[in-house]
Design a protein around this ligand. Structure first.
Ligand code: ADP
Ligand code: MG
Length: 854
């Protein structure tokens, strides 16, 4: 067991862990029933307003330690409790892969669930949400804490209930989309989520850093100009790189040269490509981007006649996501697939602002320290590294740099062949599908059996399964980055899973022998296995009629102990070979992602090794390497097959990588700063909307809107000479008959009171009239018009804001800080929108009899 005093840990933490462990010794002797009463006991303590959940932390955490032990047989390590304490403080616990973070999250989750305001544990994919929720279910059933889970497959009608559970497991994208949808709901019963209280974010860097570059968007369709895309595509093929246009790979942008501009104008037979009334320029630039910067099977795949985005970091297929502002259509034109309608953004939010809606957040991951600055600045979360339970024995070998890409891949393939002969499990990380397939082909020619794991949809389901096996003897696995993230690679194989597999074949064989009729299908077998496990978990509740299952359970136990032994032996053998060997084939856009790949090896004190094979033609060198690298190569006179090991090279490589990190940080920072402006507006609109949606009586709101509108129009009246014109407008707006000459004689104050009075009288009459026609109708109409106008105006506002951002970008060459300019103009747009909403709602309601008459 590790000794925490070896580490320079805060005394306070040491002290707390000590107290938790002591308290647990006491709870150990509780019966299951008494343990189950802990939740109620702690909740009763919290009913005293002077006591906060932080005052019961020792007892709550000790309860969890005992419950985890009782339900799973695992005893939490002190470093795990340390991780829980760090998260409880609203920080990020950095703990290596395999350290058992799934359990670590349960302690702060339990403590916060006592308040019954909701706890979300956010994961990166459905598989992990399900897996972790199942484990939590098993553990928390002792404590009467309910566990919910929401994945892509959760039906809308079930979601609300899942959100009301004490603790809910959910993926980041389901969480975000439900939030946006909730704020577009038409009936209050359609609202799914409670207010955001506390979230624990697993793989926090993946969610708050990698995914934070693209906002979540819900879009509707608008009209589409197919011809423009197709023609722009043809034109782009007539344009020549470096002559007609220039590419900036760094910022993924393209500019036309003077030659290019006049060529386009000639082809299109127009005078000025940049005339605001000719839309061509946007289409041509997008077509060029599609041609030069978006590469098939790297940035996207074509499946079922559709363009599907591949995430550049993870290599994952981003089903349903589309590039915005016409780019997706440009790629569709290039690939000659159906051009989908242009999207109109109905609602959007960045992950940064989504998670800032919580009262409290914490996170955990294996790799966050390198991005600590960003976590502090944006989320006010510190990153605290937790020492590993057992010292990490992995050796990270120095990079090998080859002159060209081909010799690099050849070297990687040969290395795999060597490892295969030795039997040492090897995991090769690639940055794209194309590369993983290339390596796979090379291994095939060398006759090396291997598993290929990439973002292609047919593989996604098998992903975790393959990763689980990646630690077995003679297993070579090729994976795009972070495929199977969150799944632990166990050397020698995962005994539990191997046992299940063996049991499956046993059952199906036995059944066939006994019955000789038909074979059991996979679902039937799974059901039996579940029953067996249930029997084993709940030994005291065995149903005497299920004798058959009891027998199978005994066999299962036998297979399990044999398999466990076998796996342990296999592990010993592999450790002697040096443990899991991880090969990187390209430095990534941040050191953090390199570390993630390396971190697959050397878990829980295992030995292991990692090495990166690079080439001077890699993107990082090419784009960010600069002159330095070229000079070094020219000085070195070496052949293609000899790797270069040079300190100087490693140094400039590191600095190139830091440049990339800084570059992407700036992009995220900018996105965040701009989204912050719209975010405060979004919060205002959403809260007004929610108020209207949940009230049954919105009359006061209407009268208030009316009075504000009158005031606003009178303000214009005071400044405007043409008083008659304005007064006419007010009369039209309120839809009332008044003598304008009398009005013109009134003082300002009199006018205001008079109009307000008229508004009420006239609205009362309307109400009585409609109430006779159909009782309750007026209340429905109010709500309907309010929501309809708010939504319509807000969507138009989003459009204007994105245009504004673009224009400001063009203008930003001047002196002014573009962000300040953006803020000012955004404020004006917002005020205009609000005024517009109030006016149209009043206008429509004052005429609502027409709708009834029709
Ligand atoms: P991480 O998320 O940190 O990569 P996981 O939560 O997936 O790690 O756990 C990795 C493995 O370690 C799991 O199989 C889990 O059951 C096991 N594990 C976690 N904590 C303990 C413990 N205290 N004792 C024994 N095994 C543990
Ligand atoms: Mg994990």
């Amino acid at each position: 067991m590790m000794n925490l005093f070896n580490y320079n840990l805060n005394n306070q933490y040491k002290n707390l862990i000590h107290k938790i462990n002591i308290k647990r010794e006491e709870i150990k002797y509780y019966s299951n029933e008494l343990l189950g009463k802990q939740t109620e006991k702690l909740q009763n303590k919290l009913k005293n307003s002077k006591i906060s959940n932080q005052d019961v932390i020792i007892e709550a955490f000790a309860t969890m330690k005992e419950t985890i032990f009782r339900s799973t047989g695992m005893t939490l390590f002190d470093v795990q409790i340390l991780g829980s304490l760090i998260m409880n403080n609203g920080n990020i616990a950095e703990m290596k892969t395999g350290e058992g973070k799934t359990l670590v999250a349960l302690l702060p989750a339990y403590l916060h669930s006592l308040e019954n305001k909701g706890v979300h544990i956010v994961t990166v994919n459905d598989y992990l949400a399900e897996r972790d929720a199942n484990l939590a279910q098993k553990i928390f059933s002792y404590l009467k804490i309910s566990i919910g889970v929401i994945t892509q497959n959760t039906k809308s009608k079930d979601r609300k209930e899942e959100y009301t559970k004490n603790i809910t497991y959910i993926t980041n994208s389901e969480l975000g989309f439900d939030y946006l949808k909730d704020n577009m709901a038409i009936h209050k019963n359609d609202i799914l989520q409670r207010n955001f209280n506390y979230a624990i974010i697993d793989e926090v860097d993946s969610i708050l850093i990698d995914e934070a570059r693209t906002p979540l968007i819900i879009s509707g369709t608008a009209k589409i100009q197919k011809n423009f895309y197709q023609n722009a595509y043809k034109i782009s093929n007539n344009l020549i790189n470096k002559i007609d246009y220039k590419i900036d790979e760094k910022s993924k942008s393209i500019v036309l040269t003077v030659e290019g501009i006049s060529k386009c104008e000639r082809i299109l037979e127009i005078e000025n490509l940049y005339n605001i009334n000719t839309p061509w320029i946007k289409y041509i630039i997008n077509a060029l981007k599609a041609k030069e910067l978006f590469i098939k099977n790297k940035d996207y795949i074509v499946k079922e006649n559709q363009i599907t985005i591949v995430d550049e970091f993870t290599g994952r297929i981003m089903t349903g996501r589309r590039w915005s502002e016409g780019l997706h259509q440009a790629v569709e034109a290039k690939e000659n697939v159906k051009i989908e309608s242009e999207n109109k953004v109905l609602a959007s939010i960045t992950y940064q602002n989504l998670f800032l809606l919580y009262n409290k957040i914490s996170g955990m991951t294996g790799t966050a320290k390198t991005e600590e600055k960003e976590f502090i600045n944006v989320y006010k979360m510190n990153v605290v590294s937790v020492p590993a339970n057992k010292k990490c024995l992995r050796k990270d070998l120095p990079d090998l740099v080859y002159k060209n890409e081909y010799s690099k891949w050849e070297a990687v393939a040969n290395e795999c062949a060597d490892m295969y002969k030795k039997g040492r499990p090897t995991l090769i990380g690639t940055t794209s599908i194309k590369q993983s397939e290339l390596l796979s082909e090379m291994l095939k020619t060398l006759d090396i059996p291997h598993n290929l794991l990439n973002a292609k949809p047919e593989n996604v389901a098998k992903e975790s399964n393959i990763i689980l096996k990646a630690g077995q003897y003679k297993t070579i696995t090729i994976a795009t980055n972070m495929a199977g993230r969150g799944t632990d690679i166990v050397l020698g194989g995962n005994a539990k899973i191997v046992t299940d597999k063996k049991m499956e074949s046993y059952i199906s064989n036995k059944y066939y022998k006994d019955n000789q009729t038909k074979e059991l299908n996979e679902n039937e077998i799974q059901l039996i296995i579940e029953q067996i496990k249930f029997t084993l978990d709940n030994k005291q509740e065995v149903n005497k009629n299920l004798n058959n299952i009891d027998n199978l359970a005994i066999i299962y136990k036998k297979i399990e102990s044999k398999t466990t032994l076998e796996c342990e032996e296999a592990k010993e053998k592999i450790l002697k070979l040096g443990g899991l060997y991880v090969i990187g084939t390209e430095r990534h856009e941040s050191r953090r992602i390199d570390n993630q790949l390396r971190g697959r090896s050397g878990r829980q004190g295992d030995t292991g090794e990692s090495r990166f094979f690079l080439s001077l033609q890699d993107n990082l060198f090419r784009i960010f390497g600069g002159k330095n690298i070229e000079t070094i190569i020219n000085k070195l006179n070496i052949d293609d097959n000899t790797p270069i090991e040079s300190m100087l090279l490693t140094k400039s490589l590191n600095s190139a990588q830091k440049k990339v990190e800084a570059y992407f940080y700036d992009i995220r920072k900018q996105l965040f700063e701009y989204d912050e402006v719209i975010h405060s507006q979004r919060k205002a609109i959403y809260s007004e909307r929610k108020k209207i949606l949940t009230y049954t009586f919105n009359r006061d709101c209407i009268i208030e809107y009316g009075e504000q509108t009158i005031q606003e129009m009178l303000n214009i009246y005071y400044q405007n000479r043409n008083k008659k014109f304005i007064l006419d407008k007010i009369i039209i707006l309120l839809n009332i008959k008044l003598d304008i000459n009398i009005l013109l004689k009134m003082s300002d104050n009199e006018l205001k009171h008079y109009f307000n009075e008229q508004l009420r009288v006239s609205y009362d009459l309307k109400e009585i009239y409609l109430e006779q026609l159909r009782p309750g109708l007026i209340r429905q109409l109010e709500k309907y018009y309010l929501l309809q106008q708010i939504d319509k105006a807000w969507q138009e506002h989003i459009d204007k804001m994105s245009l504004l951002k673009e224009y400001i970008g063009w203008r930003s060459y001047g002196q002014q800080d573009p962000l300040i300019e953006y803020k000012n103009e955004a404020f004006n747009l917002f005020i205009n929108m609000i005024t517009y909403i109030r006016q149209t709602v009043i206008y429509l309601l004052m005429r609502s009899r027409l709708i009834v008459d029709m």
